[in-house]
Design a protein around this ligand. Structure first.
Ligand code: FCB
Length: 440
């Protein structure tokens, strides 16, 4: 049996990613909490992982003991700025404590400033639909970065602005004020302007900062060679994947309804943040006018996750990295999210090994990938899907707050500590893909 190790370069970042609303608990002052009380989600976030109550400490211990040298978390705008005219210094101190906690554990911090949750006051004025969101977001970012800059230099302005706009304003699974494609595009344009303003503000406050955002990049294949399938595939692909990157490259946002000039967005990224989960196949569907007449599905025979939310297609990660590198030459790439929902941990070990193998392939082509953040450290509140999906390396008993270690936590720990993926690890945790990863 072949024995080998796929090693990574020294200094590679190994971490997990989390988001405030998903882990903190009792975030009663944001739009998601309201959405939950109004019955639009599968269960309620409640205490979540109780990070606001202090359980981030024990979870950071788990991450550090598991060999992770980085962690990506987000701050909760609704806590820092509970009303338009007030700041909560205690909330900022809470995040300073968390950042000190990472530093004490020798871990690099990455802070996301907006991860899907908005203060209720902002949501009630349909904030992201209006131009003045740009100055409001900048004000919040300035205050937060000033308070946290001692402990963090790696910033992610927005998480998946494409997902935020499309899930909310077009598909309707996320809370959103006035729905429709036109509104979604206005929201995305405003997110780009807000990102650009934040990018400049952060660099003004902290010249050494590295600032970017995280894109949900989704490779897509057409169902068949029929021109209609190809057309809707292209429409969906562009609508999801291209608006932000196009504006950051050229200052012009390409959208389904035409080009929008946002010159200030050009060049506002020090690294590219890639969230990769799966690949879609797109088929023409007359019943889906809101989604530009396309249905997305996974082909029969795909290696599907527990709730069929994700198909395990590791080559898609390699293709996404290649796409990112070509789209943004000379820009470091961070895998800011990648993971799978799998309460029983049947697929996750092979999902991890196969995806990390693809990252290794990319690194060996000299593609500038500098780190990998697995989604997620502990099971957390999965937005409209609530507690029905379990993405943690560690399981969570929501009633008792007890953490339950999954085999994947041990596999990931071995990878982080070795700074590489070995044949022994694959043999031990996911022998079913041994031949694929270590062919004779
Ligand atoms: C991403 C989100 C993250 C989590 C994972 C599963 O799209 O950024 O918060 O929900 O999906």
């Amino acid at each position: 049996m072949p024995q080998a190790t796929y090693h990574f370069p020294r200094g590679f970042l190994w971490g997990t990613a989390t988001a405030s609303h998903q882990v903190e608990g009792n975030n009663t002052n944001n739009q998601w909490w309201k959405f939950e009380q109004d019955g639009h989600t599968d269960g309620k976030s409640g205490l979540a992982c109780d990070w606001w109550g202090g359980r981030w400490k024990e979870d950071f211990d788990r991450a550090a003991e598991g060999g992770q040298n980085a962690h990506r978390f987000s701050v909760e705008w609704s806590r820092i700025q509970p009303t338009p005219d007030t700041w909560d210094e205690n909330a900022l101190e809470h995040y300073r404590n968390m950042l000190r906690g990472l530093r004490e554990r020798g871990m690099t911090a990455m802070v996301t400033l907006h991860h899907f949750s908005d203060p209720l006051w902002l949501y009630e004025m349909c904030g992201w639909e209006h131009d003045d969101i740009v100055s409001m977001f900048e004000k919040f970012v300035r205050k937060t970065v000033e308070a946290l800059k001692e402990y963090c230099t790696l910033w992610c302005t927005l998480n998946e602005p494409n997902g935020y706009a499309l899930n909310g304003y077009v598909i309707g699974t996320f809370p959103a004020c006035n729905k429709g494609l036109r509104t979604a595009i206005r929201v995305e344009a405003n997110m780009l302007r807000a990102h650009a303003a934040a990018y400049r503000a952060i660099h003004e406050i902290q010249p050494e900062a590295r600032v970017g955002y995280a894109l949900h990049y989704r490779p897509m294949a057409a169902h068949s060679k029929s021109p209609l399938d190809i057309l809707v595939r292209n429409l969906q692909y562009n609508a999801l994947n291209i608006s932000f990157p196009s504006a950051i490259n050229t200052g012009v946002m390409k959208s389904t309804l035409g080009n929008i000039r946002i010159p200030e967005a050009k060049g506002t990224q020090d690294y590219f943040g890639l969230n990769y989960y799966s690949v879609d196949t797109v088929k023409f569907d007359i019943t889906k006018p809101r989604e530009v007449f396309g249905t997305r599905y996974f082909p029969e025979g795909s290696d599907l996750s527990a709730t069929k939310y994700i198909a395990n297609i590791p080559e898609g990660l390699f293709d996404s990295i290649k796409w990112a590198m070509r789209t943004h030459p000379d820009t470091p790439i961070l895998i800011t999210e990648n993971g799978v929902e799998d309460a029983e941990d049947k697929m996750r070990p092979r999902y991890i090994a196969q995806h990390i193998h693809q990252v290794w392939r990319a690194v060996n082509f000299n593609f500038p990938v500098k780190g990998y953040f697995h989604w997620s450290l502990v099971d957390n509140f999965e937005w409209e899907r609530g507690w029905t999906q379990r993405f943690g390396l560690w399981g969570l008993d929501v009633e008792t707050q007890k953490r339950i270690k999954r085999p994947s936590a041990d596999l990931y720990a071995e990878i982080c500590k070795e700074n590489g993926l070995s044949s022994e690890m694959v043999q031990k945790y996911c022998p079913e893909v041994f031949d694929k990863l270590f062919p004779v």
